[in-house]
Design a protein around this ligand. Sequence first.
Ligand SMILES: NC(=O)c1ccc[n+]([C@@H]2O[C@H](COP(=O)([O-])OP(=O)(O)OC[C@H]3O[C@@H](n4cnc5c(N)ncnc54)[C@H](OP(=O)(O)O)[C@@H]3O)[C@@H](O)[C@H]2O)c1
Length: 258
Amino acid sequence: MKNKTLVISGATRGIGKAIAERFAKEGVNIAFTYNSNEEVANNLAKEWSEKYNIKAKAYKLNILEPESYKELFKEIDKDFDRVDFFISNAIISGRAVVGGFGPFMRLKPKGLCNIFTATVSAFVVGAQEAAKRMQKIGKGSIISLSSTGNRVYTTNYAGHGVSKAAVETMVKYAACELGKYGIRVNAISGGPIDTDALKAFPNYEEVKSEVEKRSPLNRMGVPEDLAGIAYFLCTDEASWITGQTFIVDGGTTFGCKE
Ligand SMILES: NC(=O)c1ccc[n+]([C@@H]2O[C@H](COP(=O)([O-])OP(=O)(O)OC[C@H]3O[C@@H](n4cnc5c(N)ncnc54)[C@H](OP(=O)(O)O)[C@@H]3O)[C@@H](O)[C@H]2O)c1
């Protein structure tokens, strides 16, 4: 995996950060994005470059403007000689999800639309740009983060749940059409993971204790729990795996508590 390049959105914190560091440890060069935390991003790029002896660079990206992926990849082309892996991970929160994150009767088209743009359209444009570069190499791996909120009722999560269902289907279509270039496309569907995104839930404490109750492993997920599968899906060990969604949920979806 040494000297290959991962492009990943939203790697300043949470799951994106854990995934990027997992790849960096293996000698993979990292082109990653931030939205607001520029200083944190630049510090991480410096830390990973020095610690793992790789090239790491941070770029600004707003996934509410998916077309900006085109300019982003042109910038990445100046700094990295190849793109092997693309992971669509970033997610919006706060004001941008008003009308999209909430009970059914309070959903509004604008909020729903923002979540769809950030989840589905951003995946599409990012994956298209990545695939153009991967075609030159003759192989590649593309991953979208998803969540089990499209399988299990999660309070206030309708907007995200529906968009995650949509992106999982988009992954299958992309996999069907990109396989001929040696490009594999998969989704990783995480159960509740302890990150800022989840801490922003008004009922965070309730979700946490419910997850601990539902998981036979008696704990909530941590960002590192998704990093291993993301790395595996980009290795040749996964060379016949495409068009799939992998559920990593600590057993919570089935709720297999004795
Ligand atoms: N947490 C969970 O329970 C869970 C479970 C399953 C799946 N997931 C999925 O995993 C992914 C990561 O979630 P997370 O919990 O790690 O999120 P998080 O901790 O909230 O981190 C969000 C990341 O996205 C970036 N970001 C925020 N707004 C953005 C925007 N408008 N444009 C571009 N980037 C933006 C942030 O950058 P800045 O720091 O610069 O703002 C940050 O790097 C998401 O796709 C999420 O749906 C999460």
